[in-house]
Design a protein around this ligand. Structure first.
Ligand SMILES: *[C@@H]1O[C@H](CO)[C@@H](O)[C@H](O)[C@H]1NC(C)=O
Ligand SMILES: *[C@@H]1O[C@H](CO)[C@@H](O)[C@H](O)[C@H]1NC(C)=O
Length: 197
């Protein structure tokens, strides 16, 4: 009796081990053997999606000794174009809480704007907002959009993000706060509305 019990216990044990291998090995080897798998959002600790509103001022400094935006390329005909068509500008523009450059820095706008319209002042914007403030420090939002700089409101899509802005999507609205037509320096107010987790 005791012996047959131990034999069946042994068989059951063996059975469980085999099932365990069959059931769990795909997951334990997922990293090495699976290109793609379906995950529950809880696996990435994603809770409820939130909507955030960010408000800041963007300083595009093109003149003086320490410009934050510099023209890195242009076409032969760019100088003859009323819209600077073909000019490509690389920026590392400060983002501040208030319109004054001396106010609190919350991040930087890093990327490219390029004149992409021959009929009006219209830029292709391809940039990241790299935030440094509080819990946003180290997180980014990516913008890819069209900026007709002389329009009163310009709307640009937020196409993604990192850090607290993983899975981000939304839009940014830009309004010129001040522009110096002599130097080209501008302060632009941004309102950003973004869904993220
Ligand atoms: C365009 O104008 C700038 C500034 O006046 C000058 O330095 C540059 O050589 C000109 N470029 C061309 C291609 O004419
Ligand atoms: C942001 O994070 C970096 C790297 O961790 C740190 O060096 C820096 O002091 C932080 N900045 C602010 C404003 O908290």
């Amino acid at each position: 009796m005791a012996k047959s019990f131990s034999v069946s216990a042994f068989l059951l044990f063996t059975y469980l081990i085999l099932m365990n291998i069959l059931i769990f090995s795909p997951q334990t080897t997922a990293k090495s053997q699976y290109f793609s798998r379906i995950l529950s959002p809880a696996t990435l600790a994603l809770k409820r999606e939130k909507l955030s509103h960010l408000h800041f001022y963007f300083h595009d400094i093109v003149s003086g000794r320490n410009p934050t935006a510099i023209r890195v390329a242009q076409a032969a005909m760019t100088n003859q174009s009323a819209t600077f068509f073909g000019a490509v500008v690389m920026m590392d523009d400060p983002l501040t809480m208030r319109p004054e450059l001396s106010s609190k820095l919350v991040g930087r706008a890093q990327g490219i704007y390029a004149s992409a319209s021959q009929s009006e002042l219209g830029f292709l914007m391809a940039l990241n907002f790299a935030f440094t403030e509080g819990k946003y420090n180290g997180s980014t939002l990516s913008v890819l959009g069209r900026n007709t700089a002389l329009s009163s409101v310009r709307e640009m899509p937020i196409v993604g993000g990192s850090g607290v802005f993983r899975f981000a999507r939304g839009y940014a609205q830009a309004r010129t706060h001040t522009i110096d037509f002599r130097t080209g320096d501008a302060v632009v107010e941004y309102n950003v509305y973004v869904f993220h987790y």
